[in-house]
Design a protein around this ligand. Structure first.
Ligand code: 7ML
Ligand code: ZN
Length: 863
């Protein structure tokens, strides 16, 4: 019986007893027995007589020397997690030799070999699976890395920094030595060896320095690499212009790999990417894929300053780099593309995923207090809510004040490992502000609910706005104190004219309750509140449908227009559910939708406004989620809208269809997006529209249109669904990233056959439980299929439960991501609760439950 995993607490942070200033690594790469020689310059920091305790997991220790002398066996201990060396020296050179087995490494953490490529992933705590080390982000060292490998199988051997040496060896091997001049924590270490095609380019910094850009892709994929390279150059330029930040090495490498647990990784000078965020051409990638490549390339590049130059003191501070870097990549995408569309999509993520996390048993602040397995905290809370918190700081300070804060942050902390508190302090000090109430966003979990009451006094011409906030308790946090909530607003007349009521466009709610009075208000105004989603809160407010329609038509804030439409739809569904009747779409609301479709508005915005809220967003409004009712009502509302607006949809579909060849630009992307919405509504009207779908599928010169037709027909379950699925499979089998979309499309179909379909797709030759992308596209997608994953007979739970058990041994990190689907089990009806709980309990009984799963299962089953 192995030990139960133990929690670590933020409050227990202690500076390290030793640090490491220089690291010299030599890798002799071999598929099953790679030898690692690590020479460390170790310096005592504390003045206690403490032993040196290094982290190390799944390693075979071969030898250990101090200052060149072999350490006798009784001077060190080695167990499953640590190598402990008794020493009284203050400064010494430690030489360790160990071996690892990259082929057996299916967890894809540490050094692994997958499809003929050696690759590493060290964040958060993977370096300890490569060699013994002080695996914590506040130990910063200069790394020199020599990689030795077979020349013909692995012609490229890469690591961080600049190549300072390369040589051919006589036994068919070769070596290269890399040196990274910037001290870094080991989580930013990377090594890649393989055979690639390389796309090369250059970027000249504004200081006139030339940087070599190298993009490594699998052989034969050069025709899918251009967009990532362009995005990288755009990111480098944008960071100079908007944030005054310039790249600092002479080379920047990006490697695309097929086997990767996450999206990408910002290793210094050598980013490793999941291939799906690099490879894109019009035939094999959708518009959304192109946009994702741009944003992920941006994200990893921006980490060079926010993450690498200034890093985290400890892993509880993860949001220091991730919240800030997500904010930066969001701004990058918004400056290059549509700000409104990006904002709405970011809010959709918060509402349908982050709010759920915040109300479940794994709820945590953006800066967690307690962690068992760090991999479980790469969450929508730390990342996306973290970015919302940065965005609120931006709202409070404005762009100029925010950039002043960034400047001070870098002046103070460049080259250091710091905390979220250091960031907030820099923002405060640079602007002479007091963020003491604002800080609670870092320490408290949970989504505040803001209740709005308005009263207009026609005689006094006075409007009073009363705002209250309350946040439900979360695990470990019974009582909450008020947050500082910025409320961005604008005002309109009943006719939709913009009213100007004072010159402060942001109100500050800092107590549990506050009143705001507006004087000289000539007529009762309609307030648009939380414009641009100015705070990650839920709003309770009694606007009339008429008022919502005014905001939908006239708010100057695009987010608020979209939000008004979402509220109108959500209301219809909630009302139908509570009356146990059919969704009722009023003539006025149909009219409002029609006006929007005919207005001179960004087509992408039209598309978003007419996209119904997701089942999980609606579910968020219920204590016990009415699974069937939500889906019946969503479907009914969709059909009613399709019937009522059929001629508008048809007309728009034709107007948006084009015979021009595919182009990737904002206008065309928006046009295709609107076309897709029209198509998805029309597909609900039965086989009358089948001709359109088949035609579009066959004539498409790009994947956006082709997949769009496939999805519209499969999700509406019409008669061309099966033929199109077959055609798509024939055309794309073997193209893994394209087939992923074929898997997802079927996994998301609301059909009683979906569970069985998913099971049988697991035997498809393009599927594999070893590759995370396949698991995400088929199985994780399926867990997002509300009605089918939550099938009342438990078949969905059994399917995914069994997979989690299987992955527990091979890839616990991915298993844990799938387990998220069970975390909200208490929110379902009694029957479903029992069925979900059964899966959680059988996981708990597994003999070798990984810490990733242990942590989630335990918090789920704790009363
Ligand atoms: C977020 C990443 C990880 C985990 C990438 C891994 C990263 C950690 C890494 C936004 C855009 C692209 C990827 C990610 C993401 C979960 C999400 N440091 O850079 O944050
Ligand atoms: Zn990141």
């Amino acid at each position: 019986m192995t030990q139960l995993p133990k929690a670590k607490y933020r409050k227990d942070y202690q500076a390290p007893e030793f640090t490491i200033t220089d690291v010299d690594l030599t890798f002799n790469l071999h598929p099953t027995e790679t030898r690692v020689v690590s020479v460390l310059k170790v310096v005592r920091q504390g003045n206690h007589e403490k032993p040196l305790v290094l982290d190390g997991e799944q390693l075979t220790l071969l030898s250990i020397k101090v200052d060149g002398v072999k350490v006798p066996e009784d001077s060190y201990q080695c167990d499953e997690q640590n190598l402990t060396l008794d020493t009284s020296l203050d400064t010494f050179t430690l030489e360790i030799e160990n071996s690892v087995n990259p082929t057996a490494n299916e967890a894809l953490e540490g050094l692994y070999l997958a499809e003929d490529t050696f690759c590493t992933q060290c964040e958060a705590e993977g370096f300890r699976r490569i060699t013994y080390y002080l695996d914590r982000p506040d130990v910063l060292a200069k790394f020199t890395t020599t990689v030795i490998a077979d020349l013909d199988k692995f012609p490229y051997v890469l690591s961080n920094g600049n190549k300072i040496k390369q040589a051919e060896l006589d036994n068919g091997k070769h070596l290269a030595t890399w040196q990274d001049p910037f001290p870094k924590p080991c989580y930013l270490f990377a090594l890649v060896a393989g055979n690639f095609d390389v796309l090369r380019d250059k970027f000249t910094t504004r200081e006139g320095r030339s940087v070599d850009l190298e993009l490594f892709v699998d052989k034969g994929n050069l025709d899918r690499a251009d967009h990532a390279m362009l995005s990288l150059k755009n990111a480098m330029k944008w960071d100079e212009e908007r944030f005054d930040l310039v790249y600092d090495l002479d080379i920047y490498m990006v490697v695309a790999v097929d086997f990767f647990n996450m999206g990408a990784m910002e290793n210094k000078g050598l980013n490793v990417f999941n291939a799906k965020y690099v490879l894109a051409n019009p035939k094999t990638a959708t518009d959304q894929d192109f946009l994702n490549v741009e944003s992920v390339i941006g994200h990893e590049y921006f980490h060079n300053w926010t993450g690498n130059r200034v890093t985290c003191r400890d892993w509880f501070q993860l949001s220091l780099k991730e919240g800030l870097t997500v904010f930066r990549d969001q701004e990058f995408s918004s400056d290059l593309g549509s700000r409104a569309v990006n904002r709405i999509q970011d809010v959709r993520v918060i509402r349908s995923h982050q709010f759920a996390e915040d109300s479940g048993p794994m709820a945590h602040p953006i800066r967690p207090d307690k962690v068992v397995q760090m991999n479980n905290f790469y969450t929508v809370t730390v990342y996306n809510k973290g970015a919302e918190v940065i965005r609120m700081i931006h709202t409070l300070l404005g762009e100029t004040g925010f950039q002043k804060g960034m400047k001070l942050y870098f002046e103070r902390h460049d080259g250091n490992a710091v905390t979220c508190e250091d960031f907030v302090k820099a923002m405060e000090d640079a602007n002479g502000q007091d963020f003491s109430v604002f800080r609670h966003w870092y320490s408290q979990a949970g989504t505040p609910v803001v209740t709005v009451e308005e009263s207009y006094d026609a005689n006094a011409k006075e409007l009073t706005l009363k705002l209250k906030q309350a946040t439900a308790s979360t695990p470990g946090q019974e009582q909450k104190v008020p947050f500082h909530i910025p409320v961005k607003w604008s005002a309109y007349s009943e006719k939709g004219e913009r009213l100007s009521l004072g010159n402060n466009d942001v109100l500050h709610l800092k107590e549990s309750e506050a009143s705001f009075t507006f004087e000289n208000v000539a007529e009762k105004p309609i307030l648009s509140l939380f414009d641009n989603f100015s705070a990650p809160v839920k709003v309770k407010r009694n606007l009339t449908d008429d008022e919502l329609r005014v905001l939908l038509a006239h708010s100057e804030d695009d987010f608020s227009r979209w939000d008004a439409a979402q509220s109108l739809f959500t209301r219809i569904i909630e009302k139908a559910i509570s009356n146990n009747s059919e969704a009722e779409l009023s003539v006025k609301t149909i009219q409002a939708c029609q006006n929007l479709l005919r207005a001179n508005t960004d087509p992408a915005l039209k598309a978003l406004a007419l996209t119904l809220p997701t089942a999980s967003t609606i579910a968020d409004g219920y204590k016990t989620i009415p699974v069937e009712a939500i889906n019946t009502q969503l479907k009914s509302l969709k059909i009613q809208l399709a019937e009522a607006l059929e001629s508008d949809f048809t007309e728009l579909l034709n107007a948006c269809s084009s015979n021009k060849p595919y182009q990737l630009n904002g206008d065309d992307i928006a046009r295709r997006q609107l076309k897709q919405i029209c198509l998805s509504y029309l597909a609900e009207l039965g086989d009358a529209t089948v001709g359109n779908l088949k035609q579009q599928f066959e004539q498409a010169d790009n994947l956006t249109d082709q997949l769009g037709a496939l999805q519209a027909s499969v999700w509406a379950n019409n008669s061309v669904a099966e033929p199109l699925l077959n055609l798509f499979e024939k055309q794309w089998q073997g193209e893994k990233l394209v087939m992923d979309k074929w898997f997802s499309t079927q996994a998301l179909a609301n059909s009683e056959q979906t569970v069985e379909r998913v099971k049988s797709l697991m035997t498809h030759p393009d599927f594999s439980l070893k590759n995370p992308n396949r698991i995400y596209s088929l199985l994780a997608a399926f867990t997002q299929n509300q009605p089918q994953f939550h099938r009342a007979d438990g078949a969905g739970y059994e399917l995914i439960g069994a997979i989690i058990q299987q992955l527990n041994a091979s890839n616990p990190q991915v298993a844990s991501r799938l387990l998220s689907a069970f975390v909200s089990w208490r929110r379902y009806d009694e029957n479903r609760q029992q069925l979900m709980k059964k899966q959680l309990e059988s996981l708990r009984n597994l003999p070798d439950l990984a810490s990733d799963l242990f942590e989630k299962v335990e918090s789920c089953l704790t009363e």
